[in-house]
Design a protein around this ligand. Structure first.
Ligand SMILES: *Cc1c(COP(=O)(O)O)cnc(C)c1O
Length: 405
């Protein structure tokens, strides 16, 4: 086989379909977020980031940076081993305790990312709980899909956010059969939110465990910020709570929180936990500082929701097709075509110094390509004025669909 020719051919196909992914080469500037420097075509220019998952700006918060610098200076760079072989530092232990209590669970377990947390936990349960059947929401994130696939356990896919369909699928199995229902709270591409109570009602009726991915809610919902399950008063009904330390918490890493027995089970049998080097202690220290800060600063969450609501309202008033699905902090704007979506993103960057990554297949279905905005508490009114004007300009130039205001 001519391997190089094959690689080139497949990449050419991606280019033709408008799905070839390019990365913006950014340099964030502490104290100026959401502004950053963008390295492009041998030049450097200032841009405004409108698509960061550092939802609250904690990635540049002095409290977090200080904790990381201090820990690096006192404890060094890397953890130096897997958790089992000398990689468990006091910073990891403190962070796991804090995460457990934040989420109202007995215990928590760290992973190197949210992806690894999902993949490992689901693969471990599916492999090591005899007869377990996995019931997965149709729009679950790739990390859950891969965990399900890796487990080789039987699976059923229920229609997105549809407790009645879940109920019908569960009813095909005897009550004694072990079952796990997996879903997210905030879905990051449509911005919709799961009916957690209704899904838990159904799961309980059939004797199923629940697994909730709060990656896009952690830090942002609930009185103390642990997520939508907290906001909705449903935490005790979630068997496995999962989230990331890389988005609103602003660092990197992932975790689950659950009963002491369930966490010990994954700790003891989870290959993606056992066989990889622990997070650097400085990252654990930074995440701990961030989590502690977030718990006692609800005003950050209020400002975040206000910014998102204002951004949606202003774009709609200008006739831009903000997707109706979003009841969260995510602001998706429908384009519906991969090439135009990429073009709109390029124009926003080149003409207006606004950086919004196009969201194309396979992240979203073909024909629903979109731009996805994530206003943070640091996107002020002036920044928003410029955003709306830029979108109106790009929409007009490309002849994209607008809606009557
Ligand atoms: C980003 C994401 C993950 C993975 O988390 P990382 O910490 O970035 O690996 C898991 N689930 C969902 C829904 C995500 O969007």
């Amino acid at each position: 086989m001519d391997y190089q020719a094959y690689f080139t051919q497949r990449l050419t196909d991606l280019h033709k379909a408008g799905r070839y992914r390019t990365f913006a080469d950014l340099e964030r500037i502490v104290g100026s977020f959401p502004r950053a420097r963008n390295y492009r075509d041998g030049r450097v220019e200032d841009v405004t980031i409108w698509c960061s998952n550092d939802y609250l700006g904690m990635g540049q918060h002095p409290v977090v940076i200080e904790a990381m610098v201090e820990a690096a200076r006192t404890c060094g760079a890397g953890a130096g081993g897997t958790r089992n072989i000398s990689g468990t530092t006091h910073n990891h232990v403190l962070l796991e305790k804090e995460l457990a209590s934040w989420c109202g669970k007995e215990a928590a377990l760290l992973f190197t990312s949210g992806y690894v947390a999902n993949m490992t936990t689901l693969a471990t349960l599916g492999t090591h709980v005899p007869g377990l059947v996995l019931f997965s929401d149709a729009e679950n994130h790739n990390s859950m899909i891969e965990g399900v696939r890796h487990s080789r356990a039987p699976k059923e896919i229920f229609r997105h956010n549809d407790p009645e369909h879940l109920d019908r699928l569960l009813a095909h199995y005897p009550r004694e059969q072990p079952k796990l229902v997996l879903f997210e709270s905030v879905y990051s591409m449509d911005g919709d939110i799961a009916p957690i109570a209704a899904l838990c009602d159904v799961a309980e009726r059939h004797g199923a465990m629940t697994f909730l991915d709060e990656v896009h809610a952690v830090g942002m919902y609930g009185r103390n910020g642990s997520g939508v399950a907290e906001r909705d008063g449903q935490r005790d009904r979630i068997t496995f709570y999962q989230a990331t330390l890389g988005k609103a918490i602003g660092v990197i890493g992932g975790f689950i929180a659950a009963s002491a027995e369930a966490v010990d089970f994954v700790r003891s049998f989870g290959n993606g936990f056992i066989f990889t080097t622990a997070l650097p202690p400085a990252l654990a220290a930074g995440a701990l500082a961030s989590v502690r800060y977030l718990q006692i600063h609800p005003e950050l969450r209020e400002r975040h929701q206000e910014r998102a609501a204002t951004c949606k309202r202003r774009l709609r008033e200008a006739g831009l097709p903000v997707m109706e699905s979003s009841v969260s902090h995510i602001v998706p704007i429908m384009v519906g075509d991969a090439v135009l979506c990429k073009q709109a993103s390029d124009d926003l960057l080149k003409r207006h110094k606004i950086y919004v990554q196009p969201i194309n297949y396979p992240t979203v279905p073909v024909g629903t390509e979109r731009l996805r905005l994530t206003p943070t508490p640091l996107h002020d009114d002036d920044t928003m004025d410029r955003l709306v004007a830029a979108f109106v300009d790009v929409w007009r130039r490309l002849g994209l669909r607008r809606e009557a205001a």
